[in-house]
Design a protein around this ligand. Structure first.
Ligand code: GLN
Length: 425
């Protein structure tokens, strides 16, 4: 099976979904697994997994798709990788991404943009662009991505696959190169939501090397037909009309399952993007101070792309003492408000359903302003700001371009999101 996948990767080279594939190593590992009777009993035996280029896999170049780290070879495995390997998975390679996970289009990689396998002239979305494209083109069964403000859900939506961002604290980030520590989560992407549930139960759990992690009971597939499904007017209105229409059809599917649909209002959506990006800039600036050219690779400011430099420059400015009261502290306050209101909103309902991305992906190469690029994230950043679980499932398509439906739930009710995703497919 591994050979088949390697061939397909070779044939689909033009997608630019992978940065590194070590063919010999993969074949050797596949052979070892095949001979190992114990491995055959493991839950991920036979599953081919691809990993985003910001998660450490020993012996691979974990560059975060930046020239800064082009020569950094991971000396250890991230916790999630250890867990996947223990469960019998075979890692096939390292996927392309936006530089340091800063982006929503998959175009800012030092290794060139990833293409969308479904709509080839369009962007695949980002920042886990290669992971979503690889799943979509069947170059792997499951891929890992990271999601700080939508980077698992956005490319999954554009490439027509399912992706899941766990509640904050459910999955260890030990071994993840951080973008914004207080938002980052690692999560899986797959064609079937059932695989997401399977992988989640393997990678979740408390890890002493990431103190934000907590232990959660096994996630189970629940009966969705009794769910109360929230539809937030402001979330629907934030999307283009064409997309809204498709999502409305998706909501009908929940109605047909027997769910009760509850209409809700959330007045603070306008605060989501400014709050997210201010905090993101400051935390990213701080995270990049280790790339000073002494220990890892090059000095980041000297070699990075435009978007990464923008964040470092502005992040450094707004975290200075004289400005922090005006920007950063305000953003922290806004975050608290957004969280409180979100928890209130979800009080009596099981899941919230909305579009994942408010507009269709643009054509590859089309130049967007930073603001237009950030606007892709308006419906995904809330889950990170509030620490809640969120997933996307393919809902429909417009002229062959996939549209994803987003499902959110209360903190640590990850199984509700996953169950609804499975049932919706
Ligand atoms: N597009 C968002 C950003 O650029 C999300 C990134 C992410 O989730 N890694 O910050």
């Amino acid at each position: 099976k591994a050979e088949e996948y390697l061939e397909r990767i070779e044939k689909n080279k033009d997608l630019n979904a992978f940065i590194e594939v070590q063919k010999e190593r993969v074949l050797k590992e596949a052979e070892r697994l095949e001979k190992d009777e114990e491995a055959k009993k493991k839950p991920l035996y036979g599953k081919i997994v691809a990993v985003k280029a910001n998660i450490n896999v020993e012996g691979y170049t974990i560059s975060c798709a930046s020239k800064t780290l082009e020569n950094y070879v991971a000396p250890y495995n991230a916790t999630v990788i250890e867990k996947l390997l223990d469960a019998g998975a075979l890692i096939i390679g390292i996927t392309n991404m936006d530089e340091f996970a800063c982006g929503s289009s998959g175009e800012t990689s030092y290794y060139g943009p990833t293409k969308n396998p479904v709509a080839k002239d369009r962007i695949p979305g980002g920042s886990s662009s290669g992971s979503a494209a690889a799943v979509s083109a069947e170059l792997c069964d499951i891929a890992l991505g990271s999601d700080t403000g939508g980077s698992i859900r956005n490319p999954s939506s554009h490439c027509g696959v399912s992706g899941f961002k766990p509640s904050y604290g459910v999955v260890s980030r030990h071994g993840l190169c951080d973008l914004a520590m207080s938002f980052d989560q690692i999560g899986p992407i797959a064609k079937r939501a059932e695989d997401l549930l399977l992988v989640m139960n393997i990678i979740k759990g408390k890890d002493v090397r990431d103190t934000t992690t907590v232990e959660t009971p096994e996630f189970k597939k629940l009966d969705v037909s009794k769910f109360k499904v929230g539809v937030v007017e402001e979330f629907m209105e934030a999307a283009d009309e064409k997309i809204r229409k498709e999502i409305e059809k998706g909501i009908e599917v929940f109605k047909d399952m027997g769910c009760e649909i509850v209409h809700l209002n959330y007045k603070y959506l306008d605060l989501a993007l400014p709050t997210y990006y201010l905090i993101n800039y400051v935390e990213f600036f701080s995270a990049t101070r280790r790339y000073d050219g002494r220990r890892y690779g090059y000095r980041i400011e000297e070699v990075c792309g435009e978007e990464v430099l923008r964040r470092i420059t502005i992040g450094s400015m707004i975290s200075q003492k004289e400005y922090s009261g005006k920007y950063y502290k305000k953003a922290l306050k806004a975050r608290n408000l957004l969280r409180k209101e979100m928890i209130k909103l979800m009080k009596d309902i099981d899941i919230i359903v909305s579009p994942t991305v408010p507009k269709l992906p643009h054509k590859l190469g089309e130049k967007l302003s930073p603001m237009d690029m950030y606007n892709y994230d308006v419906l995904t950043v809330l889950a990170n700001i509030c620490g809640v679980p969120a997933g996307t499932v393919p809902c429909s398509a417009i002229n062959g371009i996939p549209i994803g439906l987003q499902i959110m739930a209360k903190p640590f009710e990850d199984e509700k999101v996953l169950s609804a995703m499975i049932e919706f497919e």
